[in-house]
Ligand binder design. Structure first.
Ligand code: ZN
Length: 133
């Protein structure tokens, strides 16, 4: 069902400071930033090999990333796996009894279609399915 690690989502308090580290210290390059209103986040994508790092900064105090950082601190927030057909993947997971946060795909940064699985069904990891053109 899943083809590759599409990206790793990392929650940060300050995107500019995080980018400073990723670009100037690690030598990665940010290719795109975007504000995703629906999820109250500003994201930055940094490709590395066949995958990407997605840095996420909350744009609102009550956004999901702000709440994540409040509870667990900065760090890895989710792992996104690429799928070819997200609707089919969601249906298959549901038929196998997997608890979904999103039962329908929603908009993700970069125009992807995404859906999250509930960590209670995934051994504690927030998994995102990601379909791209
Ligand atoms: Zn993501």
């Amino acid at each position: 069902m899943v083809k590759k690690v599409d990206h790793i989502g990392i929650a940060v308090k300050n995107l500019e400071e995080a980018l400073e580290f990723y670009e100037n210290t690690l030598g990665m390059k940010c290719v795109e930033t975007e504000i995703v209103e629906e999820q109250k986040v500003k994201v930055a994508f940094l490709p590395i090999g066949d995958t990407e790092v997605e840095l996420l900064e909350s744009t609102e105090e009550d956004g999901p990333i702000a709440k994540f950082i409040e509870k667990r601190g900065e760090g890895i927030q989710h792992i996104a796996y690429r799928v070819d057909n997200i609707e089919e993947a969601i249906e298959e997971l549901k038929s196998k009894g997997i608890r979904m946060i999103d039962e329908k795909p929603r908009y993700g940064a970069g125009g992807a279609k995404i859906a999250f699985l509930h960590p209670k069904s995934t051994f504690g990891v927030l998994i995102e399915l990601c379909e791209r053109e």
